[in-house]
Design a binder for this molecule. Structure first.
Ligand code: PXL
Length: 252
């Protein structure tokens, strides 16, 4: 059985963060270990409180997981602050497996999940990961783009591969663009209409990590993961007062 490690925060309402990662890995038939960076008090309307773990405790979690069994890929989500980012950097520097980083800064409900002064530190992780998965706003922020047009996004120059999600959202298609340094590839699916999108970013990046753990190509991994998310949104159970969670069990 392939095994991934997710490094992320907890969402008490169960739709995003580490809970979304574990549910996604289960749907993909992949085992998941989890290193927690933070715990959030939240529901589908937003985050009200965050407790971030210190570097020493996060380091100990890495130690216990990696001295027991081998992992095949890593997914990184909420990192909260510079101390967590630097701790994660020291760990991933020595890993020779696929690493997918979701550069989480703000939740879908608009809550802050990364300190403002940590953006530069977050960029310092890029040389050590295989792929980052920003949405168009995160891409604009991280790469100082003048706007979120395809033309600007195509000019991204990064030390890792970049998958920008949901560009040109006004069309009937959901379009993601993969920039590898060698080529630019577009992935389109029919736009799934629905407001139950809590945790889609977390789930998408974990789906990619699971696919890469299974040794499939990056293009195939994006196709498979994107389809999974679309189906999981259309089968969402539809509860909660805000954007509800997706249905990880019905993503295939
Ligand atoms: O989707 C980003 C995200 C990541 N991690 C945690 C979250 C969220 C969004 O709500 O709660 C813990």
């Amino acid at each position: 059985m392939k095994k991934i490690l997710t490094i992320a925060g907890s969402d008490s309402s169960g739709g995003a963060g580490i809970q979304a990662d574990i549910k996604t890995a289960e749907a993909f038939g992949v085992y998941s270990a989890s290193v927690l960076t933070a715990v959030t008090a939240q529901n589908t309307l937003g985050v009200s409180m965050v407790k971030v773990f210190d570097g020493e405790f996060i380091k100990e979690q890495f130690y216990k997981v990696t001295t027991d069994f081998q992992i095949d890929a890593i997914k990184i989500g909420m990192l909260a602050n510079c101390e967590v980012i630097e701790t994660v950097k020291e760990f991933i520097k020595y890993q020779k497996i696929p690493i997918v980083l979701d550069p989480v800064s703000i939740s879908r409900a608009g809550s802050k999940l990364l300190e403002d002064d940590a953006i530069e530190s977050l960029k310092g992780l890029f040389p050590y990961v295989s792929l980052i998965t920003p949405n168009r706003y995160e891409a604009k922020l991280l790469f100082d783009l003048k706007d979120t047009s395809l033309e600007s996004i195509s000019k991204i120059n990064a030390p890792c591969k970049v998958l920008v999600k949901n560009i040109e959202p006004s069309s009937n298609f959901s379009k993601d663009v993969l920039i590898t340094g060698e080529k630019i590839e577009s992935f389109e699916d029919v736009m799934v209409i629905g407001s139950n999108t809590h945790g889609t970013g977390c789930s998408y990046s974990t789906a990619l990590a699971c696919s890469l753990a299974e040794n499939i190509s990056l293009s195939q991994a994006v196709k498979k993961s994107k389809k999974f998310i679309g189906k999981a949104i259309s089968n969402a159970p539809d509860f909660g007062k805000g954007n509800g969670p997706i249905n990880h069990k019905k993503g295939f």
